[in-house]
Design a protein around this ligand. Sequence first.
Ligand code: NAD
Length: 294
Amino acid sequence: MKIGFIGLGNMGKPMSTNILKNGYDVTVYDIDKNSVELLVGQGAKAATSPKEVAAASDIILLSLPNPHIVKEVVAGKNGVLEGIKENAIIADLSTVTPKTIIDLVPLVEERGAKILDAPVSGGVPGAKAGKLTIMVGGDEEVFEKCKPVFETIAKNIYYVGQIGSGLKVKLINQYLFASNLASVVEAFALAAKAGVDAKKLVEIISNSSGSSYALKTRYNYISRNNFEPGFQINLMLKDLSLVLSMAEDNDMPLLLGGMVHQLYRLAKRKGFGEKDVCGLLLAMENINEVKFPR
Ligand code: NAD
């Protein structure tokens, strides 16, 4: 199996490194030439377009910033579809809407190829450690063919169901993480106003019903006054727009989701877009003129 990898960013770099480490032949492409060179230094082959990656690969993995870029890279000029081989597979690891991938299915199948949505969770540390969670939608036999490659980047690998279903789970996960964290930082601002001891608060709540992954992982950052990403507020904003668009596609009002989205936008407006998601606390402190003790 020859592997293609397009999008060598914070996630794509460590993922392609891990695929290479497992002995695969990997051809890479990114608009950023430095990233390509870095991977070539680790044994990858460089391509000059997505088309060239596709022509050299049996499985083409994508890790790209947003739906527009995924569409362009797959179906645009010099895109994957211009070079794809019959029976090849595109597995999109990016976070986009289910509709983005569903719309590509007829174009991919016209070429005798297949596509899976395969978004990941676990952030840059998970990508570096090869311990991501991956949730996959599409034909099960196509998933089975990709599984050995997924095993090089992920510890938890789930086949969810039909095309788009991996992304549905991923976006619901993003919605939950974003909204859990929004209530954590508002609660921290309230604790500060009310004069509650921060360390005791977190210790007790970690063993009580108010605990969450958001509280446990992000207090670690906050207690060290570290707001470097991690997972950027700007990326979470993008994911929350996708969540709202998924609600729109399903004609469903997402009341809390809308409010949470606006909170993250406010944090961006306050200048914290490039901070980790827990930088939402900085916006909350600013609005409430209070500081949660570090
Ligand atoms: P990133 O911005 O660091 O990387 C994206 C890469 O895509 C960049 O290297 C960029 O140069 C490249 N790129 C942009 N346009 C391109 C094009 N037309 N052709 C080829 N390459 C192009 O983003 P990331 O953090 O690596 O995230 C990638 C995807 O994974 C996103 O969809 C994100 O939501 C998702 N994700 C990120 C995390 C995280 O913690 N960062 C976690 C889970 C999922």
